[in-house]
Write a protein that binds this ligand. Structure first.
Ligand SMILES: Nc1ncnc2c1ncn2[C@@H]1O[C@H](COP(=O)(O)OP(=O)(O)OP(=O)(O)O)[C@@H](O)[C@H]1O
Ligand SMILES: [Mg+2]
Length: 229
């Protein structure tokens, strides 16, 4: 056991059944993420990057394999229990390409939402949310609803939300995929800086080579296998 590994997967495999055919998307993937480090995953559209993040987060079930979160062995071939969902909300944060903010809630409510899921919500969480929004350069938007924000602003809010519980791991799935080049660069700078300030390890899925190269280790997913590049 390597004590510095915050997340580890071994032999993680995933097949989707498509009627008569099976699509074997991930083939015995091994992945080891040291604490406070960053790793990027590139690969062609449809190669299984989102599926891999979903398995690591236990949003989807693996066929088989081993997954540890901070050395706790997870039953990654079973749906997460209610308790494990709360555990996930404190262990990891996720940032998606399409932001997925709750449209009916204002920015502050969106950012504090993961704290409610852990069951450890208290009023000081709002101070932390305001601090993170300030760090992300959207401190003046806390009472706005997401529909009134630009894409770049929405993603800054989504990053603050992903960090609210001081997660040990942040998973980012093409976080700049919907943004123009300049906004994408700004958001990526903020994301990398925030992860390093907060001590969160990062797994970044991106099609952008320069962003991938800004991480400590670069991998490429192809043919169901993850290789270091
Ligand atoms: N729930 C599902 N049922 C059946 N097939 C699925 C399911 N989810 C994903 N797939 C298939 O698995 C493959 C991998 O999908 P995935 O979304 O992980 O790719 P990706 O690498 O994230 O692609 P992109 O870069 O376009 O986001 C694709 O062929 C997709 O059609
Ligand atoms: Mg994807």
């Amino acid at each position: 056991m390597n004590s510095s590994l915050v997340l580890q997967a071994k032999n993680l495999s995933k097949t989707f059944s498509l009627g008569a055919e099976d699509l074997y998307v991930l083939k015995e993937i091994d992945l080891a993420l040291p604490r406070s480090s960053s790793l990027s995953i590139r690969g062609e559209s449809g190669c299984g990057k989102t599926t891999l993040l979903n398995l690591l987060a236990r949003i989807e079930q693996a066929d088989r394999g081993e997954l540890t979160w901070n050395h706790r062995l997870m039953r990654c071939d079973r749906p997460a229990t209610r308790e494990e969902v709360a555990q996930r909300a404190s262990f990891l944060g996720v940032v998606y390409q399409a932001y997925y903010l709750v449209p009916e809630l204002d920015v502050l409510e969106n950012v504090t939402l993961p704290a409610r899921i852990t069951g450890r919500f208290d009023p000081s969480i709002e101070d932390r949310a305001r601090f993170l929004l300030e760090q992300m350069g959207v401190g003046n938007k806390s009472s706005q609803i997401p529909g009134k924000l630009s894409g770049g602003e929405r993603q800054r809010v989504a990053i603050a939300r992903a960090l609210i519980n001081r997660p040990e791991v942040l998973l980012a799935d093409e976080p700049t995929g919907n943004l123009d080049e300049r906004t994408g660069e700004e958001v990526m700078d903020l994301l990398l800086h925030a992860c390093s300030e907060e001590g969160a390890s990062l797994i970044l899925v991106t099609h952008n080579l320069a962003f991938a190269q800004a991480t400590d280790r670069q991998t490429f997913l192809s043919g169901g296998q993850l290789n270091e590049v």
